[in-house]
Design a protein around this ligand. Structure first.
Ligand SMILES: *[C@@H]1O[C@H](CO)[C@@H](O)[C@H](O)[C@H]1NC(C)=O
Ligand SMILES: *[C@@H]1O[C@H](CO)[C@@H](O)[C@H](O)[C@H]1NC(C)=O
Length: 252
C-alpha cells in the first residue's frame, strides 16, 4: 500500500513534469537539439515553420502581425556624400517580408553566432514621407505618400548573441546583441507623391531621376535601413529568447 502510493506519487510527478514541459513548448517552435549533426537543416525548418505564425502575429509573445509589417518611423538624415538630406518616414507598411526563402543557415554554437542567407522575391512599401535636401546636386523637398516596390532581394545576416542568466529563474538564456545585415536589391520602383508642393513638372522629373539612379540612392540610405531592420529583428527574436531558456529552445 505504502509503496504503491509512492509509485503513484512518482508517476504523478513524471506526468506533471511531461505536461509542463509539453506546455512550455508552443506549437510555433520546432525544437532542435544542439548536438544534432544536421542542426543547420533543423533550424532552417524551424524558421520556416515559424513563418505562418509571423504572418498573423504571436499575441502570447506580443509579436504583432508581420504581414504587412508596420514600422512607426524611420529617420534618415545625412550631410556628407552625394546625398545630403533630412527625411522622415512614418506609418510605414511593408508587404512581402514573410515570403522569404531561407537559402542557408550556419550555426556556430561555441561562438553563439548564426549566419543566414535569404531571398525575398518582392517587397511592397508605402509610407508617409517628409524630406528636404539635395540628391546629387538637385534640390528635393516634399511631403506626402512614398511608394516603393523592390524585387529580387538577397540578404546575408549575421546574428551575434550571448548567453546570460535570468535573474528571475536562474536559467541560461540567449539574447541577440548584434545583428549585421547586408542586402542587395535586384530592382526598385519608387514614387514620391506631392514633391515640390505638388508641382507636376518638377515632381515627374524628380521621380524619373530617382528611378534612374535608385542604385546610388539605395547605396546611400543602406546603413540607416540596415540599422532599422537590425533593431526590428533584435526586438522580435529577443522576445522569443527571453521567454524560453536555452535548454528548452536548443536542448543538448
Ligand atoms: C507573398 O506570397 C503570397 C502567396 O504566394 C502572395 O499572394 C503575395 O502577393 C506575396 N507578396 C508579395 C508582396 O509579393
Ligand atoms: C507596386 O506594385 C503595385 C502592385 O503590383 C502597383 O499597384 C504599384 O503601382 C507599384 N508601385 C510602384 C511605385 O511602382
Amino acid at each position: 500500500m505504502h509503496s504503491s502510493a509512492n509509485i503513484f506519487a512518482f508517476l504523478l510527478i513524471i506526468v506533471g513534469f511531461i505536461t509542463v514541459r509539453a506546455r512550455n513548448i508552443p506549437p510555433f517552435l520546432k525544437i532542435c537539439h544542439r548536438n544534432d549533426p544536421n542542426l543547420n537543416e533543423c533550424v532552417k525548418q524551424s524558421v520556416n515553420s515559424l513563418r505562418p505564425y509571423l504572418k498573423t502575429g504571436i499575441p502570447a509573445l506580443q509579436i504583432p502581425p508581420c504581414e504587412p509589417l508596420r514600422v512607426p518611423q524611420i529617420e534618415i538624415s545625412q550631410a556628407v556624400g552625394p546625398i545630403s538630406i533630412t527625411s522622415t518616414y512614418t506609418d510605414i507598411e511593408v508587404q512581402g517580408g514573410t515570403n522569404f526563402t531561407l537559402k542557408s543557415v550556419k550555426i556556430d554554437i561555441d561562438k553563439d553566432r548564426v549566419r543566414l542567407k535569404l531571398y525575398l522575391p518582392r517587397l511592397e512599401m508605402i509610407a508617409r514621407y517628409n524630406m528636404n535636401g539635395r540628391i546629387m546636386l538637385l534640390p528635393i523637398t516634399g511631403n506626402g505618400l512614398a511608394r516603393g516596390n523592390f524585387t529580387d532581394i538577397e540578404v546575408i545576416a549575421t546574428v551575434q548573441g550571448e548567453r546570460y542568466q535570468s535573474q528571475k529563474t536562474g536559467e541560461i538564456h540567449y539574447r541577440v546583441v548584434d545583428f549585421y545585415v547586408d542586402f542587395d536589391v535586384g530592382n526598385a520602383n519608387i514614387y514620391l507623391d506631392n514633391l515640390f508642393n505638388g508641382d507636376g513638372t518638377l515632381s515627374n522629373a524628380m521621380n524619373l531621376f530617382l528611378n534612374d539612379n535608385w542604385k546610388v540612392v539605395a547605396a546611400e540610405i543602406k546603413p540607416a535601413l540596415e540599422n532599422t531592420v537590425s533593431d526590428i529583428f533584435k526586438t522580435f527574436s529577443n522576445k522569443i529568447y527571453s521567454k524560453f531558456p536555452l535548454d528548452t529552445l536548443l536542448p543538448p
